[in-house]
Design a protein around this ligand. Structure first.
Ligand code: GDG
Length: 503
């Protein structure tokens, strides 16, 4: 770990909608198990070394808060940092989380305004839950602590904290895209959200495009704000307060993925997968059930590939894993029905004795199973219509130990800014173009695959999640973006034979 980070004064206080532990009740007793995300893995050592606190919702109803607090005290001892729960009532969960976060901000920030449900009651709840988080933060922090807030659920937290007289340094990282002005301006509460964001000291975005969209929105909606470039940031000055906006593409614990992919459990799982699907290339899709992931277009592209390239018949299998998510929201259930109908139609059209073209899995896989698929698949098909980054792309790369895989990647995933040179890029709305890209990936020579995958692996290895955490914390302290890739914005070429776009 970078020494300057450890030497900074104060503790690190992470704030996110959910705590990094999963609480479960078994036989009447509440227990916790650690969450498995890369963010937790990367932040845990920093929290332990500097002394740290993680504040978030426990996922449990608020009438068992005393019990939750008690269990979290024990978990804090074993984690080596403090876990503090913010209680939420059932109604708050419905209106702030399901409502404002997932039925307004999520679709709008992914350019899908037609999926938004602009209910004013959601806004009222969003404000009051952000205030609730802020008062928990205020009651917890000491003067020198650095507070790092994560994601779109808590965009008002800084303004609430400043209103309560908290003057600690405040950082914010947005995991999802930031939309351009013509889309952001549709938000009825655009002014409140944008001006509240200016109460942070440092804001991190996944890509240059997200940062540029944010700066443009500020310039247009808050014309009194001055903007200058300095040390790799945009510095925005508004009402005597300065906020720096920078680009920090999030990553994965590359070493850990590679190590586990080499392990016996994954090797065995990979062997079984290929044993069941002999003499054919596996194309893998792994997504949460979400309309931003572009699953129906992808299935149609696979159908197009089978229709236009008969050489693929019986030689290729799409394994599409869909992880259940937000199923209580009607749009998500509609999407599930649409996916299952398409899978049925395509399998009905092409299945032959001994070959089913699409293997559809609708459940959460264990880490071992997931890595088995990553290790085995000859092609990864990652085609979101919009995505902040897309960690699945980076995880596939880390697990592709033999460097024989091909990554097909959407031009609208944040990951494209770092990976565009060596992935096959597709426009996820261009069904025939994507179908051609599947065929190009299938036909790619082993030498070409190796050349591309080696470079992809070097990129993800170099800029892993530890580097990301260091870069953000160092930027918060030293006010410079030192030694971190300034990834230029990806702009689709007018025409490229590489990307399988049909003209
Ligand atoms: C948001 C932004 C941004 C998936 N299926 C299984 C499983 N997973 C894990 C993957 C990966 C994670 O879930 C998905 O991460 P993504 O980045 O692909 O997508 P979001 O969940 O939408 O995340 C995104 C990210 O935040 C970080 O900033 O990249 O753009 O939307 O880690 O491994 N894990 C297991 N079983 C599964 O079946 N164990």
């Amino acid at each position: 770990m970078n020494e300057s980070i450890q030497q900074t004064p104060g503790r690190l206080v992470i704030v996110s909608n959910r705590l990094p532990v999963v609480l479960e009740r078994s036989e009447g007793t509440l227990t916790t198990r650690p969450g498995s995300g890369g963010l937790v893995t990367a932040l845990a050592p920093v929290l332990r070394d500097r002394g740290g606190i993680w504040i978030g919702w426990s996922g449990m109803p608020d009438d068992v808060q005393k019990e939750v607090d008690h269990v979290l005290t024990d978990s804090s001892l074993s984690a080596g940092y403090t876990l503090k729960a913010v209680p939420l009532s059932g109604q708050e969960f419905e209106d702030y989380y399901q409502g404002f976060a997932n039925e307004i901000l999520w679709p709008l920030f992914h350019d899908l305004q037609s999926h938004c449900h602009f209910d004013p009651a959601y806004w009222t709840a969003y404000r009051s839950v952000n205030r609730k988080f802020a008062s928990h933060i205020r009651d917890t922090v000491e003067a020198a602590d650095f507070i790092w807030v994560h994601d779109y659920h808590l965009m008002l937290a800084a303004a609430e904290l400043r209103g309560m007289g908290v003057e600690n340094p405040l950082g914010f990282f947005l995991h999802i895209p930031f939309p351009p002005p013509d889309i952001f301006f549709k938000l009825p509460w655009r002014f409140q959200i944008l001006s509240s964001m200016l109460a942070f000291d440092l804001i991190g975005f996944q890509t240059m495009r997200d940062k540029r969209n944010f700066v443009q929105c500020v310039r247009m909606l808050l014309p009194g704000t001055s903007v200058r470039s300095e040390g790799g940031f945009h510095v925005l000055r508004h009402d005597a307060r300065e906020v720096r906006a920078g680009v920090f593409p999030i990553s994965i614990d590359y070493g850990e993925f590679e190590r586990r992919a080499r392990g016996r459990e994954v090797a065995e799982s990979a062997w079984y997968i290929h044993e069941a699907l002999p003499d054919r290339q596996i194309v893998l899709g792994v997504d949460r059930l979400d309309y931003t992931k572009g699953i129906p277009y992808r299935l149609k592209a696979f159908r197009s590939a089978l229709r236009h390239h008969p050489e693929l018949l019986e030689k290729i299998t799409l394994v599409q894993v869909v992880v259940p998510s937000r199923i209580d929201i009607p749009k998500y259930n509609d999407l599930k029905i649409e996916i299952e109908q398409l899978v049925g139609e395509i399998n009905g059209e092409f299945t032959r004795s001994g070959w089913v073209p699409i293997h559809y899995i609708f459940r959460h896989l264990t880490r071992g199973e997931l890595l088995g698929y990553y290790r085995t698949a000859e092609i990864a098909l990652i085609t979101p219509v919009k995505d902040g980054m897309n960690l699945v792309a980076k995880e596939y790369i880390a697990c592709n130990l033999e460097a024989n895989g091909v990554l097909i990647l959407s031009e609208f995933a944040g990951a494209v800014a770092q990976l565009h040179r060596d992935a096959l890029l597709v426009n996820p709305y261009d069904i025939e173009g994507m179908g051609n890209a599947i065929y190009n990936a299938f036909s790619m020579s082993p030498a070409e695959r190796k050349r591309r995958m080696h470079r992809l692996r070097a990129t993800v290895r170099r800029y892993d999640i530890y580097r990301w955490v260091e870069a953000f914390l160092e930027a918060a302290v030293s006010r410079h973006l030192q030694d971190f890739p300034v990834v230029s914005e990806y702009i689709p070429p007018a025409d490229s034979p590489d990307i399988g776009v049909s003209i």
